[in-house]
Every structure is written in C-alpha cells, then in structure tokens.
Design a protein around this ligand. Sequence first.
Ligand SMILES: [Zn+2]
Length: 362
Amino acid sequence: MKRRLGILHREELLQHSFGELHPFKGRERHEVYMKLLRENRILERPNVRVVETSLVATEEDLLAVHDRSLLDAIKFLSVRGGWLDGDTPVPPGTYERALIQTGGVMQGCEMVLKGELNVAVQCAMFGGHHATRSHVGKSFGFCYFNQEAVAIRYVQRKGLASKVFVLDCDAHHGNGIHEIFYEDPSVLYMSLHQDPRTLYPGTGRAEEIGEGEGRGFTVNIPLPPGTSNQAYLKALKELFLPLFKAFKPDMLFLLLGADTYYSDPLTSLDLTMSCYIEVARLIASASDEICEGRVMIELAGGYDVEAAARAFYLATAVLAGVEEVSVKDDVILEDKWVLNRVDDTINTVKRLLSPYWPGVWR
Ligand SMILES: [Zn+2]
C-alpha cells in the first residue's frame, strides 16, 4: 500500500524554547529531522507532503480532558513566563503554542480518520503524555496539555472514531494518558517504558491494568535498564500485536520516543537505529491489516538531538514506503539477564490480562 503521509507543521511552534541548558531541544531536533527528510528525498515523493496545520485547540477541547485549574495556571504563567515544576519552564507564549500544537494533533487524527492521509506525523516541540487531568501536586516532565488525550476525545466527539489504540514507545511512562483513560475501555493504552523504579515519573507497573469498565485496557510493560532491540521487539510482537488485533481500533496513535536510544543522556534503555526501522515496519503492517493503515504519530522524547532526529527520519521513511531503508548500526550485545527479565515481564502481563482477553494468548 502506498501510504499518503503528512508531516504536520506550524512555524510558530519553532519559537518554543525551554532554555539553553534544558535537554529538550525541540527546534534543533526538528531542523535535523527535516534536513534528513530533504537530503534523502523523502519530501519529493508524490505520496508525502508537509501539512501546514490550521486547527487550534479551544478551551472546550482542553476541558474535555483537563480541569480548568490547569488551563488557568498555564495561561497565567504564560503571560510573563514561569515554571510548572523544576523541569518544566513556561516561557512567554506557551499557552498559545500549546493550543496550536494540540490543534495540530487533532487535525492529524481527523485527516487520518477522514482518509485525507493514511499517516500523520508531528515532531513535538514539547511533550504531552505526562500531563494529568489537573495540576495539583503533580509534576509535568516537559509537558503542558495532554495533546494525545485531547485529540482522541476530539475525534470521538466528532464521531470519527470510537476505539483508539495508543502505543506509547517513549522511554518514560505516559502517566497522564494512563490516568485519563484508566477507566475507559474505548482507549487501549499500552506503554513500553523503562522500569519505573529507575526513571521518572515512577509509575507504570505491570499490575496497573485499568479500573472499572477500563480493566484490561491499560497495559504497562516496564523494561529493565539495558533492554535492547531483541527484547524490545519481542515484547512488541508478543503483547502489542495480539492485543491490537483483538481490540480492532479505528486508529493507532503511536508515541514514538527516541529517548529509548542507547546514547540518550536521560535514560538507560539500549535500542539502536535498526530497532526504529523494525518498529515502523511492524506498525505499518499491523495497521494495514487491522485499521486500514490509519496511524497518527507523535514524535516524542529524545535528548540526543542527532540520534533522535535520525531515528524519527528512519521511521518516517519506512512509513512513506521507502523499501531500502537500512542503517550502519552500532552493535549492542544482548544481556542474558535482561532478556530473562523481559521474558518474565511479558509472561506477567499475559497472565494479568488473559482474563480480560480470552483466547488471545492461547
Ligand atoms: Zn521520554
């Protein structure tokens, strides 16, 4: 299938800076990503285009997910600049840019569900998945609004989708998305993340599988530091693929983090470039089979700027239909202890979820 792929863009977002010393370098990362797409002639392909987004989130869109107190706090801080927490500065103009970036995700989902694109990709200038419903007593981890949840609620409200599968491949657990949909069976949230005992935000144990009607619709796959390609891909194949097929969503929402890369300065997972190619291939074939190829991709964390941009470019190239994508990869030896630990986790997740998904792992 020749996928029509759109790179979502809005010039104003490039103005967002967390500051010189902050690890999130959104603009630099975006520039290297676009340069790689141009150099490798991805943007010249007839099925690929840059989409200048026009949709801007409204208060009503945000209030479908967040408490007003959070909106008010960010709006207030955004006038003169301030901080949400020690990691998350709010430079002047943040509120307006957060509405634009969230609107971009909403528009991407809408275009995919209406068949105007098969795959929409946004290279985020700041995060979303740590943003919880309200701000009281919580930390933010480089996020303002939960743009993923806001966009999903938006397309559900418009009747464009009923079920959405969120696959969160950022190294950090997306505690915000997890919390927002914890009791909701219409959104299956699956996160592969570094063991919460070893990384921010410290949530996302395998035993947390949802509550009430949402029980069985939250899937946390904590991975030990040192997890590399083989174990990572095994977890995706044994847990993501069968559940994705059983859930039969209208759309896949992928958060692709490159802070899972071995050189990332903030995390301790050990993926290499070929893993992102494999993940993209797996996503492409699974979504073609299950949801008519409808995929929204948010390019999420990634703090080794060059590496993150390259990982994002490789994944984009695969989804754009480039067949000969390959890479000279660094070799990371698979650690036997890590492989065994990941096997244990895969079995634990299957055991916990089997009652809610009969027959899936027979
Ligand atoms: Zn992250």
